[in-house]
Design a binder for this molecule. Structure first.
Ligand code: NDP
Length: 461
């Protein structure tokens, strides 16, 4: 049997792999991409996209309630989970087909198989046993939910993967974790009518985010009826006639219909054959790469969540694109991982970029803080008890806005635009020079005049 040869073999057709394959194909490379599950990867199939659809669904509950304040009379709204899941599945299938069509347009061959590395230039397709010779290999296998310690009853736990395809909406759900996924799914299930408890091992949710954001979001989630238990973990789970009984580390216990763990994700490296090619991992078990996504083996690269950089879809896409331009396009490009805007699709939403107040005070000699809390205009007439929060972190010496933190409706949309200003190194004076758009929430960004706090770091020694 003659061995097929390609210029690029991509393992994994998620966001990073697909972008790299397409761009390399457009640069004229012969590209093969192997995918063992569905084209589109975590983001399209079991992450960002289906999650956001469920977020949209969950927000109608408030809309129906608020409509009354604006004079509408509605009959009792009824929610049907299977309809939502069917429609969500139809949309992910449509996007998967679009991804496939785009790959084919770039003349990329898609193979439906797990692929493992057998040697520096050899990849085996597990489905057929065929060995493909590749001039370059790109590993873009992403990450997978990690369930933590092997506690009793862990087999009953679901992750975000299963949460998106449950047969029915759980009446009571316990979510363990305090990161992106935990707070987003807490909002989804709460909005759709489940009784939600979130249990987190630390002091407050969203570790790493600005402390004011963490406090504000926690308060808003609590007001919505989400029970947040901190400094606790789930120690054991028992299946009973009444549901799943969770035993907590404080010796309390409670019963739920579903228990979901959102306790982080681990890079998908197991069984890939990395040792056969000599690809090295870092201390966290992710593939070690340089600024060009190159591994310890010069012709093998890795992008996205399988590396330990910033686990976000747009970052994986940028890394995949930069890799393809560098290796096949004759343009050496290193991705800039600084000042990445990000949104948490909790309820209310969070949008952030740049330094938190604590980081700024640690790194900068002078820091000015501007912040405001207010009731969104729409909520006032609807008599909804909710508040939005805006904060700017400013370098007191250069006047540069080094951080922006928003909690409130459309925070994700706003932070994308603030991101342009921050990347352009805009100063607070630049923000102030912009005329407000009235009446909007975003106008707060250009109308905060009073410093909430000012810090000057004591000179060392
Ligand atoms: P995160 O790392 O954000 O959060 C994991 C949470 O689980 C943390 O609160 C962590 O606590 C806690 N935890 C970890 N291990 C244990 C354990 N053994 N027992 C109890 N608690 C534990 O991971 P997620 O799973 O929420 O999301 C993974 C990544 O995916 C995110 O970091 C983000 O990069 C990306 N993502 C982005 C989204 C977006 O852009 N909107 C949406 C969803 C995911 P501690 O804080 O103490 O470490």
């Amino acid at each position: 049997m003659t061995t097929r040869e390609v210029d690029l073999f991509v393992i994994g057709a998620g966001s990073g792999g697909v972008r790299a394959a397409r761009i390399a194909g457009n640069h004229g490379a012969r590209v093969m991409v192997a995918e063992e599950y569905r084209v589109g990867g975590t983001c399209v199939i079991r992450g960002c996209v289906p999650k956001k659809l469920l977020v949209y669904a969950s927000r109608f509950a408030d809309e129906f309630e608020d409509a009354a304040g604006y004079g509408w009379t509605l009959s009792e709204p009824h929610f049907d989970w299977p309809t939502l899941i069917d429609n969500k599945n139809r949309e992910t299938a449509r996007l998967e087909a679009a991804y496939i069509a785009n790959l084919e347009r770039s003349k990329v061959e898609i193979v439906r198989s797990r692929a493992v590395i057998e040697g520096p230039h050899e990849v085996r397709l597990v489905a057929t046993g065929e060995i493909v010779r590749a001039r370059h290999i790109l590993i873009a296998t992403g990450a997978w939910p990690s369930l933590g310690a092997d506690i009793a009853g862990r087999e009953h736990v679901i992750t975000s993967n299963e949460a998106l395809d449950l047969k029915e909406l759980p009446a009571r759900i316990l979510i363990q974790g305090g990161g992106y996924i935990a707070v987003e799914f807490a909002g989804i299930f709460n909005g759709l009518g489940s009784e939600v408890t979130l249990v987190y091992r630390g002091d407050n949710i969203l570790r790493g985010f600005d402390d004011d954001v963490r406090e504000h979001l926690r308060g808003e989630m609590t007001k919505r009826g989400i029970r947040i238990l901190t400094r606790r973990t789930v120690e054991a789970i028992e299946k009973t006639d009444h549901g799943l009984c969770a035993q907590f580390s404080d010796h309390e216990s409670a019963t739920y219909d579903q228990i979901m763990f959102a306790t982080g994700r681990r890079p998908n490296v197991a069984g890939l054959g990395l040792d056969k090619a000599g690809v090295k991992l870092d201390e966290r078990g992710a593939i070690a790469v340089n600024a060009y996504s190159q591994t310890s083996v010069p012709h093998i690269y890795a992008v996205g969540d399988v590396t330990d950089r910033v686990a976000l879809t747009p970052v994986a896409i940028r890394e995949g694109h930069a890799f393809a331009d560098t290796v096949f396009g004759g343009k050496k490009i290193a991705v800039d991982h600084g000042d990445i805007p990000t949104a948490v699709f909790s309820e209310p939403e969070v949008g952030v970029i740049g330094l938190t107040e604590a980081q700024a005070r640690e790194r900068l000699a002078r820091v000015d803080i501007y912040k405001t809390i207010f009731r969104p205009m729409k909520a006032a007439v609807a008599a909804r008890d909710t508040r939005s929060f805006f904060k700017l972190v400013v370098d007191g010496n250069s006047d540069r806005v080094v951080g922006c933190h928003i909690v409130g409706p459309d925070a994700g949309e706003m932070i994308q635009l603030v991101g342009i200003a921050v990347k352009l190194k805009a100063t607070k004076a630049d923000f102030d020079a912009v005329m407000a758009v009235h009446p909007t929430a975003a106008e707060e960004l250009v109308t905060m005049r009073e410093k909430a706090a000012s810090y000057v770091r004591e000179a060392a020694g």
